[in-house]
Structure formats: structure tokens, C-alpha cells
Write a protein that binds this ligand. Structure first.
Ligand code: ADP
Ligand code: MG
Length: 409
């Protein structure tokens, strides 16, 4: 199926509760729900200490839980149809059930930070596509933190939760990731993107005026995520190379720019680059140019969104893609094809690759009356030209982590 819509939440909750009751004794006390995310703009800026602009989407991970009086954690994954259990006294990964490592990791990170945890029984289910770059992993971490916090009576602020989730993924699961995904999964609000300053971790809500049709008869807009079906084989090695290149470029520019400190490319302006960029090797100059201009595009996008100027916002998306393709060189032929097909379609205001690149997804700003055409003339054509299993997800914006009680029967 090409056009995938999320399963209604109530149905998911019923299925989750039924699975919980059949695996464990009793009923769940509550459920923690954390969303996936898509980054609208600001790619490869997190480790350059710039700004990123993700939205949380209406696809999520759910953990239904009940506290246990002992220090035991028993988990059941509906999607993997598998159990995994551990004691809070010691933490090990479970190579037979790697999905449980995200939960084990957050329990470890919470304990490391000095929190007293209660054991729990937890049933886990999700509809964030796995491994597409919509961050099902951060959604699972954040939902698990929500479950542990509620089961253990902890009061944690949401920024703290995000940092603990990142710690779990970096140090326990062993995946180097920035802070964006977990911040979006905890702090985002429906109807808004979350502007994150990756240097200070300050956040601001930015309205994303999508759904409503214009008073002048214009159709509303939708965010469409198009999955190339290409799994990011190159991403780990190339990601590290880009980080290294950015660090090198910043160091060289720091020596060249006389009047102030340059700690990262965040501190470099387009004027600096015009003046001092000649001293950089050509590759590094292009990497730096992407970062410096992308930072301006994020701030320009915020202004465009606040002013309701969706045309201008769409143009920033297009410029971001060209920069990622030509200067940062993290695109691939499949992502370029998806973007080119989208750009050729009337009713698409903007399109670009989202996430680290080399595969994964594009994000598209599409008029609601052009969704069917998008399915046929972008996704179906992409599938037939490449032989890949492309997919599209029409996304609404959503809230970060929510905790709900399960009602009495
Ligand atoms: P993504 O881009 O989706 O974050 P990752 O490889 O970082 O991809 O994380 C995916 C992993 O997260 C899965 O392999 C699994 O271990 C865990 N995960 C994601 N969704 C679920 C789910 N519904 N149930 C259990 N584990 C999940
Ligand atoms: Mg992930």
C-alpha cells in the first residue's frame, strides 16, 4: 500500500491493553505515548550547534505499564511478538531482543542519574515506521522514560527526559545521535514545529499553519513524508566524515577570523565565509557553506512560518535540498529523484531530503488537493523507475509525550 494512514489511536489502545492482560497479571495502570518526528529544515546543524526545526508527527510508540513491587522489568513487544525481562539491579543488553535495549538503556540512564526506579510490566506497540528516519527509536526511549517516571512517581522535566533518552541511545545502545529527536518527542506541540537551539538547548514553538484551508479558497497544506525505501547503508561512516569535516572547517576558520572566537560553524556568518573561505580546501568550503546557509534558512523559515508565507517556506525547503545535494553531498540518486518528481508537480510548495541522507525520507509541503497526484506522479512513478518500495506518509503535527490512565472497565 502506498498511501499509509495511521491506525486510529483507540483501536491501538484496546489492542495494547488486551495484549498486556494476556501476558501479565492484571490491567495496565497507564500508557505513555511518544511521537516520531520529521525535521522540516536545519539538516546536519545539530552537531554544528545551529538550529533545527522538527515537528512531532501523528505516529507514535506506546508503552502500557503497571508498576511492580519488586525490581523486575518484564516487557512484551506486540510488533516483534517477543518478551524480554531484566532486573533493575544490573543492566545488560539483550541481543535476542534488541528492541528491549532502548528500554533497558533508559532504565540504566535513569538509575545512573540517581533516580529510584520501580519495576514494571510493560507492553509496547508502535506505528512509527522502523528505520526510515522518523525516529522510532527516540519515540520508544521517551515513551519508556514516561512509563518509568509514572510508575516510579518521579517528577522529571521534559528537557531532562530528552537528555536521558539521548544518553540511553548514545551510551547504552551505542548509537551516536544528536538531541533533536528526543527533544521533539518530549517537547513538541501539535500545530507547531519546535525550534531548537542546539547550542543552548533553548526551544521555541513556531506555528505551522497547515491544516486549515485559506479563507480565500486556497486548499490547506499537508506534510508528506516520502520514504525512498533505501536504507542508509553509508550513513554511519559518512556521517562521521561530515562531522569531522565540519570540525576541521571550524578550526581553520577560527584561525582566520581575527575578531571573535569561533567554537563551531554556528559562529560563522555568510560574510565571514565570503571573506575568509578562500583559505579552506574546496571540499571543506562547500561543507561549511551548507552549514552557514542552512542556519540562515532555518531562521528564514521561522520568519516565513510566523508570517504565514508558505510559499517562501517551500522555497527554503528546495534550497536546503540543493545545498545538501551539491555542497554537503549527502543525497543519493533516489532522494534526488523523489525531490525532482515532487518539484515538477503543481501543488507541491517544497521538497527536500530529511534526516542524515544517503537514503531515508524526503519531506514535502503539499496542497491537500494534490495528495492523490503526489501518490501517482511522485511515489508510484518513483517505485516503477527505481524498483524500490517507496511509500508516503501524510502526517499531521502532534504533541510530545503524553501520559494517559487506562479507564476502569
Ligand atoms: P529509526 O530511524 O526509526 O529511529 P533506528 O534504527 O534508530 O531507526 O531504531 C529502530 C529500532 O527501534 C528498532 O530496530 C527497534 O529496536 C526499536 N523500535 C522501533 N519501533 C519499535 C516498536 N514498534 N516496537 C519495538 N521496538 C521498536
Ligand atoms: Mg533512530
Amino acid at each position: 500500500m502506498l498511501l499509509e494512514v495511521p491506525t486510529p489511536q483507540e483501536g491501538r489502545l484496546r489492542r495494547l491493553a488486551a495484549a498486556f492482560e494476556s501476558r501479565f497479571e492484571g490491567r495496565p495502570a497507564g500508557v505513555a505515548v511518544a511521537p516520531g518526528r520529521v525535521n522540516l529544515i536545519g539538516e546536519h546543524l545539530d552537531y554544528n550547534e545551529g538550529h533545527v526545526l522538527p515537528v512531532a508527527i501523528d505516529r507514535s510508540l506506546m508503552v502500557a505499564f503497571a508498576p511492580r513491587p519488586d525490581g523486575r522489568v518484564r516487557l512484551y513487544s506486540l510488533d516483534f511478538d517477543q518478551e524480554s525481562a531484566f532486573d533493575l539491579a544490573g543492566f545488560e543488553r539483550d541481543s535476542a531482543a534488541p528492541w528491549s535495549d532502548y528500554v533497558r538503556g533508559v532504565a540504566w540512564a535513569l538509575r545512573e542519574a540517581g533516580h529510584r526506579l520501580s519495576g514494571l510490566d510493560g507492553a509496547i506497540e508502535g506505528d512509527v515506521p522502523i528505520g526510515s528516519g522518523l525516529s522510532s527509536s527516540a519515540a520508544l526511549e521517551v515513551a519508556a522514560i514516561g512509563a518509568f517516571a509514572a510508575a516510579s512517581g518521579l517528577r522529571l522535566d521534559r528537557r531532562r527526559m530528552a537528555l536521558l533518552g539521548q544518553r540511553a541511545e548514545n551510551s547504552f545502545v551505542g548509537v551516536a545521535c544528536g538531541i533533536m529527536d528526543q527533544m521533539a518527542a518530549t517537547l513538541a506541540r501539535a500545530g507547531h514545529a519546535l525550534l531548537i537551539d542546539c547550542r543552548t538547548l533553548e526551544c521555541e514553538d513556531v506555528p505551522v499553519p497547515l491544516e486549515a484551508a485559506g479563507g480565500d479558497g486556497r486548499a490547506g497544506l499537508r506534510l508528506v513524508v516520502a520514504d525512498s525505501g533505501v536504507r542508509r547503508a553509508l550513513v554511519d561512516s559518512q556521517y562521521n566524515v561530515r562531522r569531522q569535516e565540519c570540525r576541521q572547517a571550524a578550526e581553520l576558520l577560527a584561525k582566520a577570523i581575527p575578531d571573535r572566537p569561533v567554537a563551531s560553524l554556528r559562529d560563522v556568518s555568510p560574510e565571514d565565509l565570503a571573506r575568509y573561505g578562500d583559505g579552506l580546501p574546496p571540499d571543506l568550503l562547500r561543507r561549511a557553506r551548507h552549514v552557514v546557509e542552512e542556519e540562515r534558512r532555518v531562521l528564514g523559515s521561522v520568519e516565513a512560518l510566523r508570517g504565514g508565507n508558505m510559499q517562501a517556506f517551500g522555497e527554503m525547503l528546495g534550497a536546503s535540498h540543493r545545498s545538501l545535494r551539491d555542497d554537503f553531498e549527502v543525497s543519493c540518486s533516489e532522494l534526488d529523484l523523489l525531490v525532482d518528481l515532487a518539484r515538477a508537480l503543481p501543488g507541491v510548495l517544497g521538497a527536500r531530503l530529511t534526516g542524515a541522507g544517503f537514503g531515508g525520507c524526503t519531506v514535502n509541503l503539499v496542497r491537500a488537493d494534490a495528495l492523490e497526484a503526489f501518490r501517482e506522479r511522485v511515489v508510484a512513478r518513483y517505485c516503477s523507475e527505481t524498483g524500490r518500495a517507496g511509500r508516503m506518509y501524510v502526517c499531521r503535527t502532534a504533541d510530545g509525550l503524553r501520559l494517559r490512565k487506562f479507564g476502569r472497565p
